[in-house]
Design a protein around this ligand. Structure first.
Ligand SMILES: Cc1cc2nc3c(=O)[nH]c(=O)nc-3n(C[C@H](O)[C@H](O)[C@H](O)COP(=O)(O)O)c2cc1C
Length: 240
């Protein structure tokens, strides 16, 4: 059996080269919000939520009239900044991230308008970064949202496939996300991954990502399941 003894120093050097992930999403009725909350339990990422500048709009009223008008404006003139609804300022330095996961509601077969606004202004700064796309829709297929993402992030290194979660499947997000992360090889390019055969120094504490203390010392990693843990204060993915 392979036995790798990691010193804390070695661990520190791993973290120095750890790839960083940003999740950017918009959510009107909280489906994407709940999906992103689940994603955050499975990966180590910073999360940014896009907010329309105009508050209190009911995008679904009158058969989705406002959302529909916003999508139509973008469709008619996608190159004009004036076609995109205003959003609150977003304070994030994209240069800090290697991977960006976009969480998008589908509106009239396109990407929800406020998220398009963010990508219209910032998509070019995502050139060369790994881009993952998660889309929530009631029933419509997601190819229009994928096309929007590729138009707005012209030089993104897109991870395929995208993850499509129907709104009725939001409660199954945990397993759908876990399957998708392994499909795109997420844990191979992001963060530090250890296997149960790896060993930690004598002193460590392990928490679940939702803050439950799992063990303090004297626990073999072999007894933990696959997943994300906080070990000595750092998020670490344990592979099986
Ligand atoms: C303006 C608007 C347009 C929508 N258009 C579609 C559509 O064309 N097809 C579809 O399957 N769902 C459509 N939906 C439903 C959303 O895609 C779905 O409810 C999604 O889960 C919303 O994500 P959220 O809860 O994070 O906002 C639309 C929703 C809104 C608000």
């Amino acid at each position: 059996m392979k036995r790798i003894f990691l010193s804390l120093l070695l661990l520190a050097s791993f973290f120095a080269i750890q790839a960083k992930t940003l999740v950017v999403y918009y959510s009107y009725t909280y489906n994407v919000h709940n999906i992103v909350a689940e994603l955050s339990r499975q990966i180590d990422a910073d999360v940014v939520r896009i907010e329309p500048a105009e508050k209190g709009l009911d995008y679904a009223a009158d058969n989705y009239a406002i959302g529909s008008a916003q999508i139509a404006a973008i469709r008619n003139n996608p190159g004009d900044a004036a076609s995109y609804p205003a959003i609150d300022p977003v304070n994030v330095n994209l240069a800090d991230y290697d991977c960006i996961i976009i969480g998008a509601p589908l509106w009239w077969s396109q990407m929800a308008a406020p998220l398009q606004t963010y990508l219209f202004h910032n998509g070019k700064a995502m050139a060369g970064k790994k881009i993952g796309l998660i889309v929530s829709s009631a029933s419509s297929g997601i190819s229009g949202v994928e096309a929007d993402a590729r138009r707005l992030i012209p030089d993104g290194d897109f991870l395929t496939p995208s993850l499509w979660i129907r709104s009725s499947q939001t409660s199954n997000a945990s397993s759908l996300i876990a399957g998708w992360l392994s499909q795109i090889g997420y844990h191979n390019f992001s963060g530090i991954t250890i296997t149960p055969d790896d060993q930690f120094p004598a002193k460590y504490t392990i928490f679940s990502v939702d803050g439950r203390m799992i063990a303090s010392n004297a626990l073999s990693l072999q007894t933990l399941g696959r997943g994300l843990y906080i070990i000595n204060g750092k998020k670490i993915y344990l592979n099986d």
